[in-house]
Design a protein around this ligand. Sequence first.
Ligand code: SF4
Length: 417
Amino acid sequence: MLEHAGMVAVYVGMHTATRIAIEALPRIRQLAPQAHLCVYGLYAPMNEALLRAAGVGTVLGGEVEPALLALCQGLRLNGSSPIQEEPVISLARVPFVMPDRSALPKLQSYAHLVLPGGTTRVAGFAEGSRGCKHLCRHCPVVPVYQGKFRIVPVDVVMQDIRQQVEEGATHISFGDPDFFNGPTHGLKLARALHAQFPAVTFDATIKIQHLIEHAALLPELRECGCLFITSAVEAVDDDILRLLDKNHSSRDFDRAVTLTRAAGIALAPTFVAFTPWTTLEGYIALLERLVELQLVQSVPPVQLTIRLLVPAGSWLLKLPGFEERLLAFDAKLLGYPWSHADARVDLLQRKLLSEVALREQQGTARREIFATVWRMAHEAAARTAPALAVKLGDPGPRLSEPWYCCAEPTEQQLQAF
Ligand code: SF4
């Protein structure tokens, strides 16, 4: 079917997708020998050299649509050109139109919403903005957008939501890197969604700093159908938060939990549990905080195993002295490997990763997996694990696939491909 294709474009919006793409490229080349290969998305510019070595002719990141269109038109007219004419990163404003989803798999094939009682709902996806005005060091958005963000007009977002609601979506997951980069725009979207589809719920990603600064908007988000907010807390250690330039403190996390709870919105915090600065005591402190805040069941267990990813171009490399701690770039990992100064930390991370993957595969409940993580962490620090509190919090609404952009893919994800 692909043998006469003139162009194949692969989207790499996440690290996992990029690793899968690198493995898929030789096979794509076999299936589509005449095609011009293009790889686009957040992770493409950072891995440009590697992609070009794999035979990719065009690499695009940022606001890619005009360049993709120009590439298709140019190929039709003139055939493949040996030199890329489009910029590798463009932040030029895109005249957005409603995305054409007609050739995509049915919405039912994607991740769905799981409600606390276990009922599920078909989820759609919409983007109200792209990029981010912040510069968190470990974030893959930063090397491409460098502190800028772009708004998608409300009417275009609503047209896209409408077509998905017509296809059966009763929940919308907003994929904006941060829904409150432009709080007025975020609120307009929430209001428009609720006005047009009062029964449709939504979730969004909002950083801790914005949850505190714009706390007054949270009750209205809830009234408009916001069920949960994902927030990249990353750590509960103030030194690590400073190194990552997160612009929030450990206690701000507690405040955000109180504010979202008061508004009736569930908070789904995400973490980079293992960094070169994480100690065994610090890791245990993270687990203790989840117990204290009754958030144990709000955190996908895989979050407790995530190791800091240092991709090419990461702003972590600007941290004085950090690069010297890294090993040479690993093309298979698509990142710079690092090892912890305390070998017990790396050992614990590896053991947790395989244990959690196995238990998740077996369908073990989050609180039981957490109890195992709790025990293993204390064992690693040669401490007796205290009995866990009876109240660990209730499971909140969530999406059925907890994949995160800064996480290394698990072996199962790679093998599934
Ligand atoms: S982690 Fe979130 S707030 Fe920080 S730069 Fe990335 S998208 Fe923006």
